[in-house]
Write a protein that binds this ligand. Sequence first.
Ligand SMILES: *Cc1c(COP(=O)(O)O)cnc(C)c1O
Length: 461
Amino acid sequence: RLAALARAVTDELRAELRTARNNGDSRHGESEEDAPATRDALLREAKRKLKESAEREGATRLRRVINASGVILHTNLGRAPLGESARRRIAEAAAGYCTLEYDVERGERGRRGARAESLLAELTRAEAALVVNNCAAAALLVLTALARGGEALVSRGELVEIGGDFRVPDVMTQSGTRLVEVGTTNRTRLADYESHLSEHTRLVMRVHPSNYRIVGFTSAPSRQELATFARLAGLPFYEDAGSGALLDFAPYGLTDEPIISQAVADGADVISFSGDKLLGGPQAGLIVGRGELIDRLRRAPLYRALRTDKLTLAALEATLEEYAAGRAFAAIPAVRMISASEDELAARARSFLDALREQGTLGLTGELLAGESAVGGGAAPITRLRTTLIVLNHESLAAPQLLAALRRGDPPVIARVADDRVLLDLRTVAEGEEERQLLAAVVETTRRPPARNLFAAEGQV
Ligand SMILES: *Cc1c(COP(=O)(O)O)cnc(C)c1O
């Protein structure tokens, strides 16, 4: 590894030297005469470059960052940060052997995910539950196990793409199910579903549009109407709910995210949702619904390829236990961040700014600005959560440079830019420890020397 890095560094230096000579750049004209000094300088430079490349390589590993962007379920930053109990349980499951598929009471093989499944069923009042890798896997499993070789009815207004690689029509094709589009983009009636019923129909599907909304002249049958229709037709009714709230977030402005227990009560037979969106747990695809249908999913050969590992299950169990104990608002970071009050965020921003000023940072000033945070993760796209932002101004670094300097911190700080200004939103920064680290990272940007260049650097060549 080191040899390969050294070779790359040597090549890079050689190329830099050649370019400098060829350019006949006056700054480098004297390099021939100063040969010994040059050799020394080159050696020093090679060492520095080697260290830098080794560090850069290390930086590509999966590492913690401080999310000061204000996007709570930031897909690029791992969506929901896990709560303390979930982290503890991951460590416990990882430390040695664990009861992944073992029933300690009876001393025999147990069912993988049994505890998480029973918690899910309890929390959503469904008959049964099943856990797979993510919500995309859940949709693929449901369609494959319940509708393969037949047709599924979906409204044209729900044929959505959720973040690049999840597109409802593509998942449908992949599952071997024929997609039958009903209604129009903005208006679909129950009669549209009825008119497409045939002996090939296997499933009625409803998809939460997640990151997209149709407004204006729109209509769609209610969940109860679709449930009744499917029941009379003798078909399972499947809802892909996406972000899957277990709690009502309406008091915080999230008014049209399906609450899973409500979907169950309204008569959906199978519902899938993500573990790492509004639920605030690890990446997982959660499926709840009627026992007989969940059994069919569990028996499908595809389930074996989509099932979750022990670390995910450990974190999921712990997260669901917080819900069951009524502690979600206190113990689950994503839920806490969504419900953080404007006053609390304003107070935190003020004290952060005070602390920054106390440090007496050279060339860097900050001010407060009323702004908005976002839920992210394809959930509640039009909900705006009011927050107080910290605007950073640097006298010699433009916004993109300051942003890059923050990213070079350890841990890297991810901020956002608007109107050519760097903005920090404390909503997504953990109180206490992380806030102190953020302060240190911001202060550090004013102390770190800018990246050097061999031939521009003074007295080297
Ligand atoms: C987010 C989402 C998915 C994909 O979920 P992942 O857990 O990212 O695989 C599928 N369907 C809907 C409706 C979604 O909102």
